[in-house]
Design a protein around this ligand. Structure first.
Ligand SMILES: NC(=O)c1ccc[n+]([C@@H]2O[C@H](COP(=O)([O-])OP(=O)(O)OC[C@H]3O[C@@H](n4cnc5c(N)ncnc54)[C@H](O)[C@@H]3O)[C@@H](O)[C@H]2O)c1
Length: 396
């Protein structure tokens, strides 16, 4: 099925990995409505790159490759990048939308206000991983199924995390800037450059991404650590990685030179790294966050970097997205921030476009979704990675 979906997008099925699972039996709503289906998809603008490169499936121009498929099912298909509350194209179409597709990279925040404006909404699909931009409490209350393409970009993110750890620890970005601006100040480059070997690196969460980050770091001969309140690796996995488990986050922060955040955003992790938690990190720590911007308090992190308590901060996730021009992470020193793109490599886009198509196909055909794809189903949170509640407060 997966291979067939991928090939229908013209891709070879390369880079399929072990995180894709056989279909299991939990159902989304059956197809049992007489009103015309309307799928509203909110994607980022592709601009010149999107027009020229058809593999950028996640942009408005390329519509996740879904138009002919959706229309073949007799459904209306609206694709827009206009998402800001309350006068966006998304808002205009919400009253008769039955399905909304959005992406973490350009999140259409499906707040309780928007859910209230969408009485016919049955399915909210995340074309990617991470459904915190949907008010999950409101989705539960209104019996809206929330599904994402679990696993589709976890390799992409794990590779990115390793790249960012190395770039911070080795002072890569400032040194690159010295070269491109015509300089040759070796001492300046070296003054903040270290080897990663022998350092203590810890992941907050050991899910699909966290586990892959640990595996990729093994050859660097570092000391590995993890904290995850809901998951303990098997003794065999812990031994293979030579990783230390911590029962509390504080215990891990106290020993780590590098922290990588790989937990979902839910009420337990929102603002987890506030000034008090950052103060519990070792002085000079490097922090990489590709999970969600809201897990880290923006001003507290900028202050900690300015004070030298945090030696460098990198990631691709912000709140809101896109962030305002004056967001402190755009300009703070020693930052390696980028727009949200770690999970949207061209390889990842092929996988999450195919996964989105699969979810839609099951929905139209009244078939069960893969259990792993479901975040909210039949009025309940069914994903083990999320707790009850809403994290969209402050979104537009
Ligand atoms: N930057 C990107 O492009 C990008 C792409 C994919 C995913 N992500 C983010 O990464 C997150 C993780 O993705 P995944 O595929 O590894 O998810 P996953 O569901 O496989 O794993 C999540 C893990 O987080 C753990 N967890 C939950 N609450 C925690 C807490 N309070 N402290 C520590 N651990 C906690 C869970 O027990 C689970 O092991 C996503 O939810 C998403 O927010 C970002």
């Amino acid at each position: 099925m997966w291979r067939r979906s991928l090939s229908s997008f013209g891709f070879s099925g390369q880079a399929l990995h072990s995180c894709f699972f056989p279909r299991t039996s939990v159902c989304t709503r059956p197809f049992a409505t007489s009103m015309k289906e309307k799928v509203v998809s909110v994607l980022y603008k592709g601009g010149a790159a999107g027009r020229e490169n058809k593999r950028i499936l996640g942009c408005v121009e390329n519509e996740l490759g879904l138009r002919s498929f959706v229309e073949s099912k007799g459904a209306e298909f609206v694709v827009t990048s206009s998402k800001d509350y309350p006068n966006s194209t998304l808002d205009k179409h919400l009253p008769d939308a039955t399905v909304v597709i959005s992406q973490p990279f350009w999140p259409a925040y499906i707040t309780a206000e928007r859910v209230a404006k969408a009485p016919n909404l049955k399915l909210a699909i995340t074309a990617g991983v991470g459904s915190d931009h949907v008010d999950l409490a409101a989705a539960c209350e209104k019996n809206i199924t929330v599904a994402e393409v679990t696993g589709s970009n976890v390799v992409s993110v794990a590779e990115h995390v390793v790249m960012m750890i190395l770039s911070l620890v080795r002072n890569y970005l400032p040194s690159h800037e010295i070269a491109t601006s015509g300089g040759w100040d070796i001492a300046e480059c070296a003054s903040r450059a270290y080897d990663l070997e022998d350092k203590h690196v810890g992941t907050v969460a050991v899910g699909r991404i966290g586990h892959r980050v640990l595996k990729r770091l093994v050859p660097f001969d570092v000391h590995l650590h993890y904290f995850d309140p809901f998951k303990r690796l098997s003794p065999e996995d812990e031994k293979a990685l030579n990783v230390t488990y911590h029962a509390t986050l504080e215990s891990m922060l106290a020993v780590c030179d590098v922290i990588t955040i790989n937990a979902p955003l839910h009420p337990m992790t929102e603002n987890l790294f506030d000034s008090a938690m950052i103060a519990k990190c070792k002085k000079g720590v490097y922090i990489v966050n590709t999970a969600r911007g809201k897990i880290v308090n923006a001003q507290a992190m900028a202050d900690a970097v300015a004070a030298g308590h945090v030696a460098g901060y990198a990631g691709d996730v912000w709140f809101p997205q896109p962030p305002p021009k004056d967001h402190p992470w755009r300009t703070m020193q020693w930052n390696g921030m980028t727009p949200h793109y770690s999970g949207t490599t061209l390889d990842a886009q092929a996988r999450y476009a195919a996964g989105t198509k699969e979810i839609l196909e099951n929905y139209f055909d009244g078939k069960p979704q893969r259990q792993e794809y479901l975040i909210v189903d039949a009025g309940k949170i069914v994903s083990p990675a999320y707790t009850k509640g809403n994290t969209t407060t402050g979104a537009k």
